[in-house]
Design a protein around this ligand. Structure first.
Ligand code: ADP
Length: 635
């Protein structure tokens, strides 16, 4: 029999397959099953209205592993191929030019190869990633004769006549490559592996994919043997491996909550029900169905480098990739789910660029959808939204920070913070709506815990003035505010900085006077504290507290802590002011002592400074000295 040569293009692709270093060689099965499904479609539609004696259920794809021969057969009763079709369809890759986008550069080429195989599959030739020989026996619908196409790879192929038991259809037999250290091709003969691969990639093929599977069943007991222990026997029976109808293709009203949740836990291995299911159909261009879940908790590796974002991508029910990162922005990386679009093809021959553009459109739509659904949840289902935010809120804040504020518009209305108003979460716009007219900006304070923030003298003062404070307990919070600068025209103000401006003009004037009159005392205190503070002053906004520390508005003490804990270069330092309550007895005492006993004033300055550190959540630099000073007071 004369051996025929592949066309140059096909040879190139085939060579790429045979020598592929692609790690997911398993996709060959997906490709062959998809081809079989297409052939069934053709046969089904061509015979429409004709009396073929076949009903839809008769159209099947069968998988037959044979361990003894190391072969795997994929069998369909689809339209089949004539000898000419075998020649043209398998001897040439159908659409030439499909390799045009490959780069001439050798290394680049290898990379592109892998990308092509991974993202879009390569059809029939992918069989050569796992086979040393491929035999295709096919009989076209209505033809008398069946034909056999045989190829051992790049060397070429031959076509001969053969017998066929079926009226129409195709049997593709793969002679698997020998196992190597790295590649165990014989895995593809194992029942569990085949079952898994079908589930993973081809679960929603609209024809049954059947395999004769081993099953252990209880042996029937003879009469009088009911009490004997049950014995089991192995039987072989046909099992359908795919579930056929994807739930995302159904209409929303056809799917129960339980079905959505079951699908979620099976697919994403999360046994806690999701907080939200977003199922939508887009009839525009591109057309797609999407099913997206908002989990109710972060997966264990969410905050590690191992976590990969992405949605599964399907083309007409056939999985293209398990995690398509391009479909989700980083700030929505917690979303799980999938997109299925008939406008994306498994076929190599379409241009990658075009896919990219369509993917981008889908990604934009999905981002918008997630955002509106989260906003809806925030409005209508606060309890669940809080659960969501406590699991993933940091990601939204990081989204604003790492985008240098570019994502602010998208995300700002999704932020919530606890407020001193009632200790509950509040949105920025709710906060703004409650602000008294005189309030200059959105007040916030940072601390390790809500209760520590509530105890700050500044918090008490702001509350006493009838205003509320947002309590920021996460490291990233203040950085996010700094990046946002304002919300709807209202600037963010850290109440522990010199940006806080409350009290009447009269009050302010009185303190100003007191500061001027006590300049010498205040300078003396500052001097005794060395470079720990940049200023010391009297203040009347501390409520009942004797002292506190405020920082300049550029770098707060919280920011100082976070930045210094994260980088190892030169430490940054917040500019601190020690504020002493002008209405507190301590002010009188210091003023009186300054005239008679400066040494004590110096000592008390240190004590007061350290107390202020404690209140503000700053570590005391020298606890030994502090403790000695306290003991001196007692003895
Ligand atoms: P594609 O499916 O993307 O067109 P393939 O290389 O996978 O490219 O297949 C080439 C062609 O071979 C198909 O278009 C189809 O006409 C034919 N073909 C492949 N498998 C079968 C099959 N099982 N039955 C009938 N025709 C098939």
């Amino acid at each position: 029999m004369r051996k025929k040569q592949f066309k140059a293009e096909s040879k190139k692709l085939l060579d790429m397959m045979i020598n592929s270093i692609y790690t997911h060689k398993e996709i060959f099965l997906r490709e062959l099953i998809s081809n079989a499904s297409d052939a069934l479609d053709k046969q089904y539609y061509n015979s429409f209205g004709k009396d073929t004696g076949m009903v839809r259920e008769d159209y099947t794809i069968r998988i037959e592993p044979n361990k003894a021969d190391r072969t795997l057969a994929i069998i369909d009763n689809g339209c089949g191929m004539t000898a000419e079709e075998l020649e043209t369809n398998l001897g040439t890759i159908a659409k030439s030019g499909s390799l045009d986008f490959k780069n001439e550069n050798e290394n680049e080429e290898k990379k592109t190869d892998i990308e092509i195989i991974g993202q879009f599959g390569v059809g029939f030739y992918s069989a050569f990633m796992v086979s040393k020989r491929v035999v295709v026996e096919s009989r076209a619908s209505g033809a008398d004769q069946a034909n056999r196409w045989i190829s051992d790879g790049v060397e070429g192929y031959s076509i001969e006549k053969c017998d066929s038991p079926a009226d129409h259809g195709t049997v593709i037999t793969l002679y698997l490559k020998d196992d190597t250290e790295d590649e165990k091709y014989s895995e593809f003969l194992e029942e569990y592996e085949i079952t898994n691969l079908v589930k993973k990639y081809s679960d929603y093929i609209r024809y049954p994919i059947v395999m004769n599977c081993e099953n252990r069943v209880p042996k029937e007991k003879a009469e009088g043997e009911e009490d004997k222990p049950t014995e089991y026997e192995t039987v072989y029976e046909d099992r359908q491996l795919n579930s056929m109808v994807p739930i995302w293709r159904k209409n929303k009203n056809e799917v129960t909550e339980e079905e959505y949740n079951n699908f979620y836990s099976e697919k994403f291995y999360d046994f806690e029900a999701p907080l939200k299911v977003i199922h939508s159909k887009n009839e525009g261009v591109p057309t797609y169905d999407s099913l997206i879940y908002i989990p109710s908790r972060a997966p264990f590796n969410y905050y590690s480098k191992d976590y990969e974002k992405g949605l599964a991508l399907y083309s007409n029910g056939v999985m293209i990739t398990e995690k398509c990162a391009e479909l989700l922005p980083d700030y929505f990386n917690f979303a799980r789910g999938l997109v299925d679009s008939p406008d994306l093809s498994l076929n190599i021959s379409r241009e990658l660029l075009q896919h990219d553009r369509q993917l981008k459109v889908i990604a934009k739509n999905i981002e918008r959808k997630i955002k509106t659904e989260l906003e809806k949840m925030l409005k209508d289902d606060r309890e669940n939204y809080i659960k969501f935010f406590e699991a993933f809120g940091v990601q939204l804040k990081a989204g604003i920070y790492t985008s240098y504020g570019m994502a602010k518009e998208t995300l700002q209305n999704l932020l919530i913070f606890k407020s001193t108003n009632d200790g509950e979460y509040v949105t920025l716009s709710e906060y703004k709506d409650r602000m008294p007219e005189s309030q200059k900006g959105i007040y916030y304070a940072c601390g390790e815990t809500v209760s520590k923030i509530e105890m700050l003298p500044q918090t008490e003062a702001v509350k006493a003035a009838g205003m509320e404070v947002l309590m920021l307990t996460n490291d990233i919070d203040e950085f996010t505010f700094k990046m946002m600068r304002d919300f709807d025209g209202k600037e963010f103000i850290n109440i522990c900085t010199d940006g806080l401006d409350i009290g009447t003009e009269e009050d302010k004037k009185a303190v100003e006077e007191k500061n001027e009159n006590s300049k010498e005392l205040l300078d003396f205190i500052k001097e005794s504290l060395g470079d720990k503070v940049t200023a010391v002053r009297f203040s009347n906004r501390l409520g009942n507290h004797p002292v506190t520390l405020t920082s300049g508005s550029d770098i707060s003490t919280e920011m100082e802590k976070v930045i210094n804990s994260q980088h190892f270069g030169e430490k940054i330092k917040a500019q601190l002011t020690l504020e002493i309550n002008s209405d507190h007895k301590i002010a009188e005492k210091l003023t009186a002592l300054y005239g008679s006993d400066k040494d004590s004033v110096a000592k008390y300055a240190k004590l007061l400074y350290n107390s202020a550190c404690l209140i503000s959540g700053i570590d005391i630099e020298n606890p030994g000295e502090f403790s000695d000073l306290v003991c001196d007071l007692i003895v």
